[in-house]
Write a protein that binds this ligand. Sequence first.
Ligand SMILES: [Ca+2]
Ligand SMILES: [Ca+2]
Length: 315
Amino acid sequence: MGVQGSLRRTVAGCGVLVLAGAALGCNGATVEKTVPTTMGSAEAKVLAGFVSPESSLPVGDRWFVSNMGGPDPQAKDGNGFISELKSDGSVVNSKVVPRPGDPPLNAPKGMATIDHTVFVADIDRVVGFDLDTFAQVFEATVEGDTPTLLNDIVVRDPGTLLVTDTARGEVHTLDLANRKFETLADGMPGANGIAIDGSGGIAYVAALGAQHQGGDLWAVELGPAPVVIRKVGTVHGILDGVQILRDGNLVVSDWVSADDSAGVITVYKPDGTEVQRIPVPAGLRGPADIQLAPGDKALWVASIPDDQVFVLAVP
Ligand SMILES: [Ca+2]
Ligand SMILES: [Ca+2]
């Protein structure tokens, strides 16, 4: 495959050819290409046409991508939305949420699903949508005047979500029955991505620092109160997403810097020892949230500055 990669465009039910980088113009358009990566012969698939995508989530063969609608993660601008794709990257519906006429989303980020509801963090609230109708079926807002920036969500149990708060540097529990947030753990400046390990006993939190200048990787012990937090080795960076591989190792995305520097995605042992880098396309900017595909064979990476989602092979 040459430097330009191969480019495949298919258009279904739409009279417009959508080029990579253009806004998703109609349902059913597929815009994919593959590009080489910085290491070896591995290639990455590029899904284009998003608008400041932050996160992705698989539900069976369905994938959802959250679009902030613009680069400001805190702007209540009403231009956020969620796209639905298939696992092969083809677009099912570029904007399933919100439906026309429904209340807007502002800057949707991390998502999680329980039963038939997909939950999404949207600045100071978590909103839930029915997976078939996409009607809004849930909303819970963080109380208090302290600035809040909800970022990522993970399911702790069928009635409880854990939600990171980047502005407050903490992890909230969200009780779905009473729709109340409570602080579970704090002291993690710029808390961003979150994932729970296979035992259910540890939540890992990737942080980017109070001023987004660099933060640490944290382990939050979910045992009996009081909750204990500790740094994971010396892992440090403008960390965004974290996932846990089946072997227990951690995958972490790092913007490296807020300028045009290339980001990195690294596999660590649970003690923070570096195992390897995941091959990424040269110049990959702003790797935000990351999501392992079922079976750990692929990693979906949302690039906010490039309006793209990369599907990377996991070595
Ligand atoms: Ca927005
Ligand atoms: Ca994030």
